[in-house]
Write a protein that binds this ligand. Structure first.
Ligand code: SF4
Ligand code: SF4
Length: 179
């Protein structure tokens, strides 16, 4: 039997942080929707049942706290699946509505600015794009501004609750085995 890990007894975020997090998620989802229905419509093969990208991710304390709340009625997990996410069930995400930022952008051509070299690094799912895909600027989902907002929200949450903001929590550790 599994139960929530005691290490995830995280305090609830305040209403301002919740509101700003929801706004962040909304903006990310809209950007993804624009790309998948627009410029990338011919490429994107993401669909229910495709779960190759659902690996054992980790999240910041703020997203861990929000996920634990969402999962409070789901004290049964799919069981540890090595490198796969524990929230997969029959290749579907059991917390799709509440999935964290890292899961919402899979499938896009994710762009990150390398400040040192002032170059753009792109990461894209091989199921959607060939290795030699040539992206135009408007094909890319620039993640740095979103990640910075998430980091700021997480910092506020952690300062309010005396938590270590850099500590990432593995989704696989959301439950602890008992018996
Ligand atoms: S939380 Fe859901 S979308 Fe994210 S990796 Fe796990 S199963 Fe996939
Ligand atoms: S990102 Fe790739 S592996 Fe994930 S759902 Fe989309 S096509 Fe499938």
């Amino acid at each position: 039997m599994r139960s929530f890990s005691e290490t995830l007894a995280l305090p609830p975020p305040d209403n301002d942080i919740r509101r700003e997090y929801r706004q962040l998620i909304l903006e990310i989802d809209l950007c993804v929707q624009d790309l998948t229905t627009g410029r990338l419509a011919g490429f994107c093969k993401c669909r229910p049942g495709c779960s190759a990208c659902c690996m054992a991710f980790s999240v910041l304390p703020l997203e861990a706290a929000l996920l634990v709340e969402a999962l409070v009625d789901q004290a049964e997990s799919s069981g540890r699946q090595d490198q796969r996410c524990i929230f997969l069930r029959d290749d579907l995400c059991r917390l799709y509505v509440w999935r964290p930022v890292i899961c919402r952008t899979q499938g896009m051509a994710l762009a990150y600015i390398d400040e040192a070299t002032q170059t753009i690094e792109v990461s894209a799912c091989p199921h959607n794009f060939p290795d030699d895909a040539a992206f135009e600027h408007d094909d890319l989902l620039f993640m740095d501004p979103f990640n910075e907002r998430l980091a700021d929200l997480n910092l506020r949450y952690c300062r309010q609750n005396s938590l270590v903001p850099e500590r990432r929590l593995a989704l696989a550790d959301f439950f602890s085995w008992q018996g």
